[in-house]
Design a protein. Structure first.
Length: 198
């Protein structure tokens, strides 16, 4: 029996070849997948928080890939590798390295020149990273952890709460997040900053 996943609004479906990259053949449901991924992600968070980073080490393709590998490498064979298929969102698969390089250079400039407040730099980076959609899956969680690294390692501020302080149900929280992402797509990052810090 293969992996049969139902997708929430805003989630990017995996194609059949990507599903074949599942490293734990006993997983057959979304709940089981989420459980294994969450354990892997928690290990990646511990790894990342225990490291010293500078803007020059954060804003690298190497770290982008390494962090994704650490978040999903025990579950997916393609973890840490740029996607080889086009999705319903994100840049064309061939444009990923160029778009990412542009973002990394821009972000280093933002930090070095204090072009925005720290929260806005982290959130602008997160939004552009998830818009590129580097990997087959896990881009949202990966981009949030990158934002957490920026705010905590560069600016020595607490990680974002990502809506955890609100008393909303998970589904309402997700709707708020997607609404904030759509506003950021249109150029208004204020809702996403508010969500990240709530």
């Amino acid at each position: 029996m293969g992996l049969d996943l139902e997708y929430l609004p805003g989630q990017t479906p995996l194609d059949e070849e990507e599903k074949e990259g599942l490293l734990i053949p006993t997983i057959t449901t979304r709940g089981e997948l989420d459980e294994f991924e969450q354990k892997n992600i928690e290990e990646a968070i511990q790894w990342s928080l225990g490291r010293n980073f500078t803007p020059e080490t954060i804003f690298t393709e190497e770290l982008i890939k390494q962090l994704h590998q650490r978040m999903y490498g025990e579950v997916w064979a393609w973890a840490g590798h740029f996607r080889k298929t086009d999705k319903n969102i994100g840049v064309d698969k061939w444009q990923i390295p160029v778009a990412l390089k542009s973002l990394l250079q821009d972000a280093l400039f933002w930090v070095q020149n204090n072009t925005m407040p720290p929260e806005e730099i982290a959130i602008h980076f997160k939004h552009r990273l998830v818009s590129i959609h580097c990997f087959p899956n896990g881009n949202g969680r990966h981009s949030r952890l990158m934002a957490d690294l920026i705010i905590s390692k560069i600016y020595k501020q607490p990680e974002f709460t990502w809506g955890a302080a609100s008393r909303n149900k998970a589904s309402e929280e997700r709707n708020q997040y997607l609404k904030a992402l759509r506003a950021a797509d249109a150029g208004d990052h204020s809702l996403l900053v508010a969500f990240a810090t709530s």
